[in-house]
Design a protein around this ligand. Structure first.
Ligand code: GLN
Length: 299
């Protein structure tokens, strides 16, 4: 009797079954994704693990997959149900039409960061510009700018060894040359870079610890807190230090770009004005929130 009950209570597994893998994945994750998201996630898993395309799935080729692939899919589903982001599980993600490796040392590139990159590209049509990205993480900003601004020379800093390794790999994968430096911007001397850069950009940590409460577990439990959080007492610490060093590192007429916490548009703009920057603009993201700031330094 007991064994009969167990059969009904046991979670179904893809292993040893002849189900449509797509249907199985979608049903297994229906509690955590909308049907539309579940279908996209399923397709990404089947493509990565089994090399199946959307057409293959439509043709029913997902009903006959290798046993080893089935157990890999079961393991992925378990991690998804445990809130781990798909990008970390699969190890990569698409961003700005490029593939980036991601892991627990780097944030998953966000759509708002693509907006910041778009802004920089649209405002800088000259070639031969020298660019610095501070807190590069996966390298998504540095690499996208190197790819989209012709003849640019890009330098990128990060405090994390793991991030520098990931970003270096991503630069190689996307065929760009970037000068990566392991650097702690809070303990930094700009002496090697005086009047050196046309553009300095940063998406530094900007979420205050008190904002943690409203955040999703998939971010809190898996993304690097080093890249996300600042204290409530000094939320602009990175902006202040970067803007201060940029006074030395930017050429005259050079531009500073930040991704910002939507709560701090005005205070960041006021701070930059007080430090001598001009043409300061606070720019909204697609959600209508203050998300970017740009400024010019005239020396
Ligand atoms: N935009 C990211 C998020 O909302 C935060 C990035 C950062 O702190 N720089 O999770």
């Amino acid at each position: 009797m007991l064994s009969i009950i167990c059969i009904f209570v046991m979670e179904p597994k893809l292993t040893n079954s002849m189900l449509s893998a797509d249907k199985y994945i979608r049903e297994s994750i229906s509690g955590i994704f909308s049907p539309r998201e579940a279908s996209q996630v399923s397709m990404m898993i089947l493509e990565k693990i089994c090399g199946l395309s959307r057409l293959d799935i439509l043709m029913g080729r997902d009903s006959d997959i290798k046993e080893e692939h089935k157990s890999m899919i079961d393991a992925i589903i378990e991690r998804l149900i445990n809130n781990e982001p798909l990008q970390y599980i699969l190890g990569d993600t698409m961003f700005m039409d490029m593939n980036f490796n991601v892991n627990c040392n780097v944030l998953i590139p966000r759509p708002e960061t693509a907006e910041l990159i778009g802004l920089i590209i649209s405002e800088n049509k000259k070639s031969d510009v020298s660019i610095l990205d501070i807190g590069t993480g996966s390298g998504c900003i540095a690499i996208s700018l190197a790819r989209n601004i012709p003849d640019s020379h890009v330098t990128a800093f990060d405090i994390s060894e793991g991030a520098i390794e990931t970003a270096s790999l991503n630069a190689k994968l996307n065929n760009v040359n970037i000068d990566f430096r392991k650097t702690d911007i809070l303990h930094f001397s700009p002496s090697g870079y005086v009047d050196y850069f046309d553009i300095i950009v940063s998406n530094p940590p900007y979420i205050t610890k008190s904002e943690m409460k409203g955040m999703e577990n998939n971010v809190l439990d898996f993304e690097p807190h080093l890249a996300l959080f600042v204290s409530d007492e000094d939320p602009l610490v990175f902006y202040y230090e970067i803007a201060r060093h940029s006074l030395a590192m930017l050429k005259s007429g050079g531009r500073l770009y930040f991704e910002i916490n939507c709560r701090f548009g005005k205070s960041t703009a006021d701070m930059l004005e007080g430090m001598g920057y001009s043409e300061i603009s606070v720019i909204k993201d697609m959600q209508g929130r203050d998300r970017m700031i740009s400024a010019t330094l005239v020396k």
